[in-house]
Design a protein around this ligand. Structure first.
Ligand code: C5P
Length: 303
């Protein structure tokens, strides 16, 4: 083949934590209205796309064996969606250098979807508008638009309608990956079951949380973190309680389930405290691995 095959585009994309996840009642389309405050954190995947004879996906990294390499991979779906929109063939090799733990709740799959979309758009010279890319991201999944945007944002609707938020400082986090997954639809289903007969209020962003983000004060943020899916995740996976407790006794300011779990997130007062919490979690036997990270982090970026 020609030298055109030497072209490639690489996009770096962050993981996320939900610092507030307010969940409303089930909608007729099966989704739930949310007030979902996303914060991007400094664990990154790098997605490289290169012209190829047909669409293929490879993955390298500590958890690579857990990543599906078939057409269900969100990065492959992103390339296919963009190609279909423009009437071209999605003939690319997608390589994912995966550093985001493969553990539900950190949006690692969504991150790869957003990164592949941005990378293919550049590789194919499509020059899609930001609005068009965000609409494609929303079609791929509720969390995918945020992976493109990064920083901090409030997601309304099913989480895909974003309003960017100011963040006044760096926050220090620890993420504990659990063994095995938790199905997102199952966690939302358990939320519905636990709330049967209850009038679930309209989800609303918390003013205290938005103020804490703006102030950059970790103690204020610790007091304002919330996740309406946490009782459902704990109901399906009671062992997460001991991970949360362990992190708190190791000095975390706050602990919560990240998104629909099973990843748990711990806010620390500084980098040193985060290192101590991570070390305690790693040696506790209550999780598979623990990683430190800071926030906010930039969204998907061509490198
Ligand atoms: O949009 P995404 O593919 O990430 O959603 C996965 C599943 O999570 C949905 O099929 C639905 O069961 C649940 N979900 C929901 N309400 C949302 C987002 C996701 O019920 N706002």
């Amino acid at each position: 083949m020609s030298g055109v095959d030497d072209r490639s585009v690489t996009v770096r994309v962050p993981a996320k934590v939900n610092v507030q996840l307010a969940v409303g009642g089930a909608r007729p389309d099966g989704f739930h209205d949310l007030a979902n405050v996303f914060l991007a954190v400094s664990l990154f995947d790098e997605v490289t796309v290169t012209p190829a004879a047909r669409l293929t996906v490879t993955c390298a990294g500590p958890d690579a064996h857990q990543v599906p390499l078939d057409p269900t991979n969100l990065a492959a779906r992103a390339a296919t969606l963009l190609a279909e929109r423009h009437g071209i063939a999605p003939d690319v090799h997608i390589h994912i250098a995966k550093d985001i733990p493969v553990a539900g709740g950190m949006a690692g799959g969504s991150a790869d979807g957003a990164a592949a979309l941005l990378a293919c758009d550049a590789l194919w010279g499509l020059r899609s508008t930001r609005a068009a890319l965000l609409a494609d991201c929303a079609e791929l999944g509720s969390d995918v638009p945020f992976s493109l945007v990064g920083g901090a944002a409030l997601g309304t609707g099913r989480g895909e309608q974003l309003t960017e938020l100011p963040v006044g400082g760096n926050f220090h986090w620890v993420f504990a990956a659990a063994d095995g997954g938790l199905s997102t639809p199952a966690v939302y289903g358990e939320f519905d079951r636990l709330n049967e007969g209850v009038r679930v209020p309209e989800p609303q962003a918390s003013d205290a949380l938005l103020d804490a983000l703006r102030s950059g004060d970790p103690t204020a943020l610790a007091g304002a973190l919330s996740n309406d899916l946490q009782p459902a995740a704990l109901s399906l996976r009671p062992s997460l309680r001991s991970t949360l407790d362990l992190g708190m006794s190791a000095g975390a300011l706050a602990a919560l389930v990240s998104g629909s779990g099973p990843t748990t997130a711990f806010l620390a007062k500084n980098a040193e405290a985060a290192t101590e919490v991570a070390e305690a979690l790693r040696t506790s036997g209550t999780c598979r691995t623990a990683r430190v990270a800071t926030s906010p982090a930039p969204g998907a970026t061509i490198v």
